[in-house]
Design a protein around this ligand. Sequence first.
Ligand code: NDP
Ligand code: OXD
Length: 310
Amino acid sequence: MPLNILFAARPERWKTYEQPLRNALAKADIEANLAMDFAPEDVDYIVFAPNSHLQDFTPYTRARAVLNLWAGVEAITGNETLKIPLARMVDPGLTTGMVEWVTGHVMRYHLGMDADITRADTKWEVRTPPLAQERNVSILGLGALGTACAQMLRKIGFNVTGWSRSPKDVAGVDCLHGQDGLGQALSCAEIAVLLLPDTAATKNIINAQTLAQMPKGAFIINPGRGPLIDDAALLAALDRGQIAHATLDVFRVEPLPADDPYWAHPRVTVTPHIAAETRAVTASEVIVDNIRRGEADKPFINLVDRTLGY
Ligand code: NDP
Ligand code: OXD
């Protein structure tokens, strides 16, 4: 019997995902009905975006897994009606996008590009930027995205330090973990990249105390999640030059309200949560791979540990 796969995301996403999902199902030889609506008790798998209308999973009695279209799962981990496995998105297309975005913003700070881009005078002032090998970059979060970014920055030549909850081994990267590891990672971070999930343990991880651990004049790049940063503490650190500049892609409230001080701050670049998007073709293959696993009674991949919140 064909499987029933519910696409539970905003209706405008259907246009982007329908064909790639159908193609991936056909390629995997999986017979399935794919639709935005089924009787809940007939659904086998739920392809899900946390901003979908579906928030009560109770009637989906037959469903075997919820397959998230987003990497971040903070909006769903607390849903008490969700009792079946939840897989987050680990998509090669999304990862490549994040690597390119992070590398671009790191290079901006590393090369001091703003001085030339915003030059208002005609001074021929020669300023030689350091080489990457003379620059320390720390990445908080060494998961799917943090690790890929660390590897690219290492390839370019940066001294890369990574920090995670559990110990990690990434070739060429100084891998730290735990509370002491955080202090070490921040104290050498000329540029810090935040690629942590939003969980109870990571909220406000960048605060007055941790900002003070960073070298004076450091840069912060946050494509992780807004709540990682205590905003008042960051604004104060920017005002006194402890942090030279921040590029922020994610915020506690999105879209960022027009009167938010970040918009007008001369030392802040705001980007509208565009660091990396899930790419329909590659993501569909990942989703279908998990459906294939479910049907073969193999363990799902990219499962969320709801006790940890990611
Ligand atoms: P992963 O789950 O693969 O990695 C998360 C990393 O954070 C892991 O290394 C994990 O440690 C570490 N971590 C989690 N909690 C802690 C903690 N308390 N202390 C120290 N380290 C911790 O996630 P991804 O790499 O796929 O994604 C990271 C985040 O990026 C997403 O959660 C999402 O918020 C954000 N994102 C933003 C996008 C954008 O466009 N701006 C797009 C996609 C994602 P360990 O390895 O030990 O488990
Ligand atoms: C995600 C995101 O979590 O786009 O995938 O932020």
